[in-house]
Design a binder for this molecule. Structure first.
Ligand code: 0FX
Length: 246
């Protein structure tokens, strides 16, 4: 029996994972779900039973001793190098490695035009970097916002899990390094995008891309400071494609 630890802070992916692993194909495997402390309530609901928090940097030795495989489904914690060297660790990532590795890949893809999608890869010591097991590109439409395309990326991640989880558990998959190092965006890069400089000159096309990349209800992301009142004003965008032109 394979003992698999799932660490996740993403309720949609965790629910899909529970559904997938309830099938006969996984009846001989043991899955344990853990999450970060601030997502305990939402993750317990998503998994359908109490999901205990884990602090990976403090508990990685026990994790290596007790599990054959660790799968990150958007776990917000970084895996220590000692852990990834001592137990097989796999990441399900909402981006098309090596493009826009790191934080909120679809936001950066809308802005810089690099490909987006979903990737399952081995975890090494660098962010979203290890050998690639499977990928699916997701098309960006002119009327997409961060939110609409993100939901298609999540669907792609779930499809990849459906196709590859068995071979990942059995360690029978073939993986390969990305063709290039690509680029990485961090949370601070994302935060810098959110403040709009009202005097910045850019094309309509670039302005629309910036605002749709930051449109993801219920989050309030893009903002400017009103020069008269000093108040922070949030901006989001509505894009509606004319369906009569089909
Ligand atoms: O779980 P996740 O979709 O993924 C994030 C990173 O993008 C990913 O690279 C990393 N592996 C994972 C551990 O964490 O993030 P989320 O559920 O916090 O956010 C989902 C989307 O919601 C995000 O892509 C954009 C949007 N969002 C989220 C927050 C917190 C916003 O637009 N504004 C926000 O403040």
């Amino acid at each position: 029996m394979a003992k698999i630890l799932i660490v996740s802070d993403n309720p949609q992916l965790a629910t899909a994972f529970v559904t997938l692993t309830s099938t006969d194909t996984y009846r001989d495997d043991y899955f344990e779900f853990r999450c970060s402390s601030n997502s305990e309530t939402v993750m317990s609901k998503a998994v359908g039973k109490a999901t205990n928090p884990v602090i990976i940097k403090l508990e990685h030795i026990e994790i290596c001793q007790n599990f054959d495989l660790v799968i990150s489904l958007h776990c917000k914690q970084l895996f220590p190098v000692k852990m990834v060297q001592n137990v097989r660790c796999i990441n399900v990532h909402p981006g098309l490695n090596p493009f826009n590795r790191g934080w909120f890949p679809q936001v950066f893809s809308i802005i810089n035009g690099l490909p987006l999608g979903a990737t399952i890869h081995e975890i090494d010591e660098l962010l979203d970097h290890g050998n690639i097991i499977a990928q699916e590109q997701v098309e960006l439409l002119a009327w997409d916002t961060s939110k609409t395309v993100y939901h298609r990326v999540l669907d792609a991640e779930i499809r990849l899990l459906q196709q590859h989880l068995r071979s990942i558990i059995d360690n029978t998959y073939v993986s390969q390094p990305a063709s290039q190092e690509g680029n990485v965006n961090l949370k601070k890069d994302y935060n810098a995008l959110c403040e709009i400089d009202l005097s910045e000159n850019l094309t309509f096309s670039d302005a629309i891309d910036r605002l749709r990349a930051l449109t993801h209800a219920p989050y309030q992301n893009a903002f400017f400071i009103d020069p008269k009142t000093g108040k922070k004003v949030f901006v989001s965008m509505t894009l509606t494609v004319d369906s009569s032109s089909d």
